[in-house]
Design a protein around this ligand. Structure first.
Ligand code: FES
Length: 250
């Protein structure tokens, strides 16, 4: 496959960025999207040019590092996968592919396609944990949890914090991410003691980081590579209002 890439190049957070065209020839349909970029970068390095900066780590859809806006969609044209799981067979010979970073005030560009997503770490640190003395390792069945609840908590916990929800949302809202992190603990017995303190702290940090509000467009759910449901947002809102109205001392 021979492709034309239009890649966002930006020296740093302050610099003005622009789309720069590159030719990617002899691309194998079996390459992953990131492998294709690796090959383009090898060519740039050989010519003495600055390679394209992009985030990646596991390349297995686990870590949430990869974060490319491909032809206007977070993680590209396929449903339920990350950029690192996207293969070039999803494109056609002679295609033009536009590659941009996540666009959100809360995710400033570091360089080219790499953005600073440490805002998510700060939200998580504000309350996404349980403070208990766990002691020794308890038996798996000591606290019985109904299967349906365990499954729901697990589904919320599959959020990899990539930020595609923010990138997909016209308001740059982080509510799908935050609600998944709130829900995975709010659903389980271990999360109850700090449930209402947690949701208030995480929402306050989310607001402080400059993310927008949810207006229920559902774009986050549609583009989430882990298909996290927006019912998590409803649960978080319910907990937040309950906390504000009845649990102010917690
Ligand atoms: S590089 Fe880890 S999820 Fe893509």
């Amino acid at each position: 496959m021979n492709l034309t890439l239009k890649v966002w190049r930006q020296k740093n957070a302050e610099a003005k960025g622009e789309l720069v065209s590159y030719q990617a020839d002899h691309v194998s349909p079996d390459m992953s999207f990131l492998e294709m970029l690796d090959v383009v970068n090898e060519g740039l390095i050989k010519k003495g040019d600055d390679p394209i900066h992009f985030d990646h780590d596991c390349r297995e859809g686990i870590c949430g590092s990869c974060s490319l806006h491909i032809n206007g969609r977070p993680h590209g044209p396929k449903q339920g996968i990350t950029t690192c799981q996207l293969h070039m067979r999803s494109f056609n010979d002679k295609d033009t592919i536009v590659i941009e970073p996540w666009r959100a005030e809360g995710f400033p560009v570091i360089k080219d396609l790499a953005t600073d997503r440490s805002a998510f770490d700060r939200i998580q640190a504000a309350g996404g944990f349980i403070s208990v003395n766990t002691g020794g390792v308890p038996d798996a069945n000591v606290i019985p949890i109904p299967k349906v609840i365990a499954d729901e908590a697990f589904n919320s916990a599959t959020c990899i914090g990539c930020g595609a929800c923010v990138a997909a949302c016209k308001n740059a809202s982080a509510m799908l991410f935050v609600s998944a992190k709130v829900s995975q603990l709010a659903l389980l017995p271990q999360g109850q003691p700090e449930r209402y303190r947690r949701v208030q702290a995480m929402v306050a940090q989310m607001d402080a980081e400059g993310f927008g509000s949810c207006t229920n467009t559902g774009a986050c759910e549609a583009e989430c590579p882990k298909e996290i449901s927006i019912t998590n947002i409803a649960r978080m809102n319910r907990d937040y209002f309950t906390a504000k109205l009845f649990k102010s001392e917690e």
